[in-house]
Design a protein around this ligand. Structure first.
Ligand code: KG4
Ligand code: ZN
Length: 397
């Protein structure tokens, strides 16, 4: 089946079209079209994602990237469409809160044949609600005009499923006509989800059934990276910047000039806390206003070490408690080189019976391919929706 997926939960507007085949035992996916417009440059000025601006940008971007994705997938066929007054009225109502979108929507849709797709998947949450709504309303309008079923996808499920992909080395899955495979997933799967809004350990005992094993009690890891970056005078998004500094320090020495705490390292739960670590960096910087570049690199190095120590310790505890056979790491922070390296080493040396799956760097940050993948598994279960509501805090479990 061909799934068109839409992702607008944060600062990336993304649409992908995948041809999907198979089942939970073994599934094959072919990327037919994949487009993504990042708003990072726009939000940089504000030092973080500004929801009203994200909403406006999504509304502006959706039609052009839909057109590009359809074209790439060779599913764009121009043909004048007659839209009845009744349909026009219904769509205007659906898009009433997306002022920038209505006009471009009608303009595009009245010149384009309904494409040969089988369903439309869209992120329903978690994320920024104003941003989520644009994608959802757009998906609803398309489903209505093209008469296609709708699927609501949990963004975090997208990150988990994307991490399950088996990829040949040295390829980028963003290439069109690229084939992805998900098979032989040994249950239970433990997922460490680390992003700008989430830090969770989730157990998938069976396909798409989740149990929350641990979560952050305050800041998410990505949030801590972004805040520490800001303290160090680095631009948004801070994760990759802090990581770059830390790697520079590591190239010089494995020692760090400062010591930071590892919050909740020895507590007996699988929960996390990162606010104290962030505050420790703040105090350190307050007492030292004249830091040179080498010292800043060393703070980033120590901060990344502290985060990784805590993430590994808690994951290792959760692996022991749950008997998970597969470990996946998903979410934007899983792009982090040091975390990927340490987890790979630790699994090899300490938990070699566990199979570790980390998505390729291109699939770790937000994209629509992961929404199509999760949408496929939901479609297999016939979980089609007639209406979808945005939920900024949509839980997995
Ligand atoms: O999953 P994602 O793209 O968006 C959310 O759903 O939150 O994650 C974004 C987060 C940001 O906080 C960003 O700083 C962080 O992922 N991030 C990283 C790296 N790349 C992105 N954090 C650490 N190291 C990285 N290389
Ligand atoms: Zn994400």
């Amino acid at each position: 089946m061909k799934i068109l997926a839409i992702e607008t939960s944060c600062d990336e507007t993304a649409i992908a079209i995948l041809d999907c085949e198979g089942d939970e035992q073994s599934a094959h996916f072919r990327i037919l079209g994949n487009t993504l417009l990042s708003q990072i440059e726009i939000h940089k000025e504000y030092g973080g994602v500004f929801p009203a601006l994200a909403k406006r940008e999504h509304a502006k971007n959706l039609v052009p990237i839909l057109e590009a994705a359809l074209e790439e997938a060779e599913l764009l066929h121009e043909d004048t469409q007659v839209i009845s007054e009744e349909t026009r009225a219904k769509i205007s109502e659906i898009l009433a809160r997306e002022p920038g979108l209505t006009e471009t929507f009608f303009e595009f849709i009245s010149e384009c044949e309904p494409p040969e797709i089988d369903a439309i998947a869209v992120t329903a949450g978690p994320g920024l609600e104003p941003a989520l709504w644009v994608g959802i309303n757009f998906a609803k309008a398309l489903a209505l005009i093209w008469n296609k079923p709708l699927i609501a996808v949990n963004h975090m499920e997208g990150h988990i499923v994307a991490a399950l992909i088996k990829e040949p080395a040295n390829t980028t899955p963003f290439e069109t006509r690229f084939n992805l495979v998900i098979d032989n997933v040994e249950m239970p799967v433990l997922a460490l989800l680390i992003s700008g809004g989430h830090t969770e350990l989730v157990l998938m005992k069976e396909w798409l059934q989740y149990e929350l094993i641990g979560a952050t009690r305050d800041d998410a890891v990505g949030e801590a990276f972004d805040k520490v970056a800001r303290m160090l005078g680095l631009p948004y998004p801070g994760g990759p910047e802090v990581s770059r500094l830390a790697e520079e320090s590591r190239r010089e020495t494995s020692d760090t000039l400062f010591k930071l705490p590892r919050p909740m390292l020895h507590d007996t739960t699988c929960d996390f806390s990162f606010a104290g670590l962030k505050t420790a960096v703040l105090y350190l910087l307050k007492t030292r206003s004249d830091l040179n570049e080498r010292e800043k690199q060393s703070i980033a190095h120590e901060f990344e070490n502290a985060v990784t120590d805590v993430l590994w310790k808690k994951t290792s505890r959760a692996l022991g408690e749950t008997g998970a056979q597969t470990l996946v790491i998903g979410g934007g922070v899983s792009a982090n080189t040091h975390i990927r390296r340490i987890f790979t080493e630790k699994i090899k040396n300490e938990n070699s019976e566990v199979s570790l799956r980390i998505p390729s760097a291109a699939l770790t940050t937000d994209n629509a391919i992961m929404i199509a993948l999760a949408g496929f598994y939901r479609a297999q279960r016939k979980e089609f929706k007639t209406d979808i509501l945005a939920n900024g805090n949509l839980p997995l479990a």
